[in-house]
Design a protein around this ligand. Structure first.
Ligand code: LLP
Length: 421
């Protein structure tokens, strides 16, 4: 459930009418709902209770500092994968001891940044990275708490570009080598082994792959303990999927996921961390766009929007489906029409949907892409010199722009002309 509902035929974000935001900020824009973010965060904390746990929001899915502050104020931890994301978490007021650092290629500078600013743990992904972290921590005279991310060789049954838990993927160390890696970790100065980390992919729509992975982690916990390691924390990653096509998708609920965690690793006495991104942010955001033209093509009609693949790349990058709805609801039983929904960017790949059945829409009408909160704004670019679209946060009956649309001057001023020109 989210808080983007029609009232008197007009789409609202909580108590704010979408056309009011459009009038104030122009289109296209992203808009996020505080109530939805809050609700989704609490679904996880409730699903994991009474286990000791920390829900670390995967910042990569939606990294606006105002959103992070909204979640951080509720007590959320943060999962970061770069120095930049770490600084965003800190800027949102999240204390270091609630920030976990993931990612396959942390640089020494990033390690230094986090060790100086405070960090809950590093999720280490390889032996060379572990050795580098040991050196950096030692040089700073501090101890870095670590988990090792294991690759359990599990098929997450999701899109190949976002599956991370198979042995051919670049992530983690093969689980069969874990014993050796933990033995080395125990000998390295500046490191303190505290747990195990696993993340097998994103947009999982079944629980079975999680179960397979978590059972392997449970076995590994027992094994590593028998080898003398102290394992007090399990980071179980993110990945729980959301319904994108609402009419026919029903992925597992956080309560079922929580029950699975309790069943598989709940008896180990470990503190549980999870790193959900999409389930918290995905349906907490929509992208609002305006119809520029309705173009009649050869055997098909195109709806040309002012949003494009640079604003929301998921359809062209992953063939992803996003429900597209008119902001002003069509009267019941009014006719529909099939459209190819496209943006103005000069690529055929700039297509949001093909043959999509939509109510009759006309030039100037507003439409909304649902489920666009996660991996929407964060993956946007300025391709075709199209300014990054603004982000708006709604809270009850008021809203605020939380990232302005840059002006063309700002964009052009980032380019500098070398002295010889
Ligand atoms: N933890 C780690 C280590 C991750 O790599 C990811 C996502 C997450 C947590 C959060 O996963 P989530 O709960 O959001 O599924 N751009 C793609 C998704 C890439 C996901 C990358 N890693 C998309 O638009 O579908």
């Amino acid at each position: 459930m989210d808080h983007f509902l029609y009232r008197n035929g007009v789409l609202h974000a909580e108590d704010v009418a979408i056309p009011d935001i459009a009038a104030a900020v122009g289109t296209p824009f992203y808009v996020y709902s505080t109530a939805t973010l809050t609700r989704h965060y609490h679904l996880f904390t409730e699903a994991l209770s009474p286990l000791p746990h920390l829900v670390c929001f995967a910042i990569k899915s939606l990294s606006n500092v105002a959103v992070l502050k909204t979640l951080g104020n509720l007590g959320a931890g943060m999962d970061v994968v770069s120095g930049g994301e770490y600084l965003r978490a800190k800027a949102a007021g999240v204390p270091g001891d609630r920030i976990v650092f993931s990612g396959v290629g942390k640089t020494r500078e990033e390690m230094r940044l986090a060790l100086t600013g405070g960090i809950r743990q590093f999720n280490v992904e390889s032996e060379p990275e572990m050795r580098a972290l040991s050196e950096v921590a030692t040089s700073l005279g501090v101890t870095a708490p670590i988990t090792v991310r294991v690759n359990p060789d599990v098929d997450a049954k999701t899109h190949e570009k976002i599956a991370t838990g198979k042995k051919e993927n670049k992530f983690g160390i093969p689980i069969a080598r874990a014993s050796k890696v933990y033995a080395e970790a125990a000998t390295l100065p500046g490191l303190q082994v505290i747990g195990i980390d696993v993340h097998i992919g994103s947009q999982l729509t079944e629980l079975a792959p999680f179960e397979e992975a978590y059972l392997k982690v449970a076995d590994l916990t027992r094994q590593l303990r028998s080898e003398g390691h102290t394992i007090t924390r399990l980071d179980l990653g993110g990945g729980l999927g959301i319904p994108y096509a609402r009419s026919n998708e029903a992925p597992p609920l956080p309560t079922d996921y929580g029950a699975l965690i309790k069943r598989t690793v709940g008896d180990l006495g470990c503190e549980i961390e999870i790193e959900p991104g999409r389930l918290i942010s995905g349906n907490a955001g929509i992208l609002v766009s305006k119809v520029i033209y309705v173009k009649n093509g050869e055997g098909r009609d195109f709806l040309i929007l002012d949003a494009a693949m640079n604003d929301l790349v998921r359809p062209s990058m992953y063939g992803a489906h996003h429900d597209i709805v008119p902001v002003v609801e069509a009267p019941v039983a009014s006719p529909t029409q099939e459209f190819d929904v496209v943006g103005p960017v000069c690529e055929t790949g700039d297509t949001f949907a093909k043959g999509r059945d939509l109510p009759m829409v006309a030039e100037g009408d507003l439409v909304a892409f649902r489920s666009a909160g996660a991996y929407g704004a964060v993956m946007a670019s300025e391709y075709n010199t199209r300014p990054l679209v603004p982000e708006v946060l709604v809270h009850g009956d008021h809203f605020a722009v939380i990232r302005e649309r840059p002006t063309f001057d700002e964009i052009l001023n980032r380019d500098t002309i070398p002295p010889w020109l």
